[in-house]
Write a protein that binds this ligand. Sequence first.
Ligand code: IDP
Ligand code: MG
Length: 134
Amino acid sequence: MTEQTLVIIKPDGLSRHLVGRIIQRFEDKQLQIAQIKKAMLTQTQLREHYKHLIDQPFFPSLMAYMMEGPVLLLIIEGENAVLQTRKLVGATDPMEAEMGSLRGELGTDKTRNLIHASDSVDTADEEIARFFAN
Ligand code: IDP
Ligand code: MG
């Protein structure tokens, strides 16, 4: 089924100049970019986006990381886009992510793991509304 999902290329993806390589992998898998924009995320957006992690000890460093520079927000579209994108991105911890995945290949740190991807169709709808409301 055709779906849309939200991808965020996190600040280190931009500062390490990995945007082209990351987007290439989505295109290779026949996923399309429906919308794309560069933005600085706000504390309010991030507290909502990561509300499931607010009590975690790493939450302050996660917030600082996500606000250290601009991010790239993408709506990715295609067949089974939610699951396909999660597979391409790989497990949260780059040390556990499969080598063929983006985090497995390019990531080195459990917080600074380069990319966000929505974890379900419902979450994707919510996150697309949050970051592409206007
Ligand atoms: P996900 O990004 O793979 O969906 P979540 O559990 O939703 O993983 O966590 C959101 C983000 O919080 C992760 O991508 C990562 O940047 C950070 N994070 C999650 N768990 C940890 C942890 O155990 N240590 C440090 N950072 C973490
Ligand atoms: Mg998540």
